[in-house]
Design a protein around this ligand. Structure first.
Ligand SMILES: [Zn+2]
Length: 433
């Protein structure tokens, strides 16, 4: 295995090697220390030595050549996470520590590493973490390196793991590292990889959203997704699902949550964005009730209220439009309207959305503007756009991972660099939002 206890700390070879000037020296030194009993097994405390031959990757082995059961389980897990980025273990350990801390004051809560929890049952595949709450049990799995390259293989791997967990009757929540997700809120569309589709979950808040979707879908003439300007490729269900991204930057880990209704399950994959997504702090996301909370209740309520009012406003305009365009008795189901009418309708919906409190721009535009501000070289045109966007959306506090106060701090620092009074006016406005 790659890990050992050394001077009372758990170390791993991948982290140790770079501390030496060359790989040969590292192997030589670690071998020597091992022969002098410097390393022990984190599980059974037996002494470990370094094995480094031409056939195998350097690894620690038990001194009597017989490894303990736990280290065997760990070795199997090491193979399982071989494809992951170095962030994987960082994210896993932070989540594990946070949940373990909760376990200290919740007597019915037990948090274990997956390989540890399933050792006796000898599971071939394990989630990274297993949480037991009373009689309930669920797993947490983190996936990194989720992108187009290798999507096909990853899809196979995820299917295999999900099938295995299903057979074992274990619910698993998946976290995907970073945001591979691309959203365009003008059309309420999420563009996804197939692997991301597979990793969606169903949580209590998804069920609440489902009720709302159901309530607003009563009217057949105006399907919900059309009112929201989403171009469905198939008949959409009411099945709301969520996708959790985990972002690790420097020493902070945050989660972001997206709720969606999946569209046709064929490439290119897309989904109807139900909520517009937001960030949650670790301490908030990982609160264990019956399941992980994974939501900010307050923000969810606000997003729901907004969804309801966006719907009402857009529907009102659509109905006005129909009254003007058609004699009542030839109103058809909107799905069968001619292309020209559909275009006209979209324009109206978009125009109205700009009059609403919240404006939906695609993430690309927003992060482009924020990055300009961050670098302190923002033009008058761009700063006007950014101020407009922030002013309309400040209730939501979702700006591609930045909170409003971060952006305000960027405005303050840009004021120190930018002399143009036309730009400065707007920077001050942003500071004072
Ligand atoms: Zn051992």
């Amino acid at each position: 295995m790659q890990i050992a206890m050394y001077e009372q700390k758990r170390i791993s070879l991948t982290e140790e090697f770079p501390k030496f000037t060359s790989r040969e020296i590292a192997i030589d030194q670690i071998k020597k220390r091992g022969q002098k009993r410097a390393y022990t097994c984190p599980f059974c405390e037996e002494f470990l030595t370094l094995r480094a031959g031409s056939m195998n990757e350097p690894h620690f082995a038990h001194i009597r050549g017989k490894s303990c059961l736990m280290s065997q389980a760990y070795e199997q897990y090491e193979k399982q996470i071989n494809r992951e980025s170095s962030n994987h273990s960082v994210i896993r350990d932070v989540i594990y520590d946070d949940l373990s801390t909760q376990g200290k004051y919740k007597p019915d809560l037990k948090v274990e590493h997956g390989f540890q929890a399933k050792l006796k049952e000898n599971w071939k595949i394990v989630p990274d973490i297993v949480v037991k709450k009373g009689s309930q049990e669920f797993g947490i799995s983190i996936l990194t390196n989720v992108h187009q390259k290798g999507d096909e293989n990853l899809v196979k791997l995820i299917r295999k793991r999900q099938k295995y967990f299903k057979e074992k009757e274990l619910d698993v929540i998946w976290f995907v590292e970073d945001r591979e997700l691309s959203v365009d809120l003008t059309y309420r569309v999420l563009f996804l990889w197939e692997s991301e589709i597979l990793l969606t979950s169903k949580t209590p808040w998804d069920c609440k959203w489902e009720n709302l979707v159901h309530e607003l879908s009563i009217n057949d003439t105006y399907p919900l997704h059309e009112v929201f300007n989403y171009h469905g490729r198939t008949e959409l269900t009411n099945d709301v699902r969520s996708l959790y991204y985990v972002n690790s930057n420097q020493d902070e880990i945050t989660f972001s949550v997206y709720r969606m209704i999946l569209d046709e399950l064929n490439s290119p994959y897309r989904a109807f964005a139900i909520s517009t997504g937001y960030n949650i702090q670790l301490s908030e996301a990982l609160v264990i009730e019956d399941q992980l909370r994974l939501a900010n209740d307050d923000l969810e309520e606000r997003h729901m209220a907004l969804f309801r009012s966006d719907f009402a406003n857009a529907l009102h305009i659509m109905m006005q439009e129909y009254k003007e365009t058609y004699v009542p008795n030839i109103i058809q189901k909107s799905a069968s309207l001619s292309p020209q009418t559909r275009v006209a309708k979209q324009k109206t919906v978009r125009k109205i959305k700009e009059d609403l409190e919240v404006v939906h721009w695609d993430d690309g535009t927003v992060s482009y503007l924020i990055n300009k501000l961050k670098r302190g070289y923002i033009t008058e045109e761009d700063v006007i756009k950014l101020e407009y966007y922030l002013r309309h959306n400040r209730e939501l506090v979702v700006f591609k991972g930045w909170e409003l106060r971060d952006i305000q701090a960027m405005a303050t620092s840009a004021l120190g660099r930018i002399d143009d009074p036309k730009v400065r006016i707007h920077l001050v406005e942003i500071e004072e939002l």
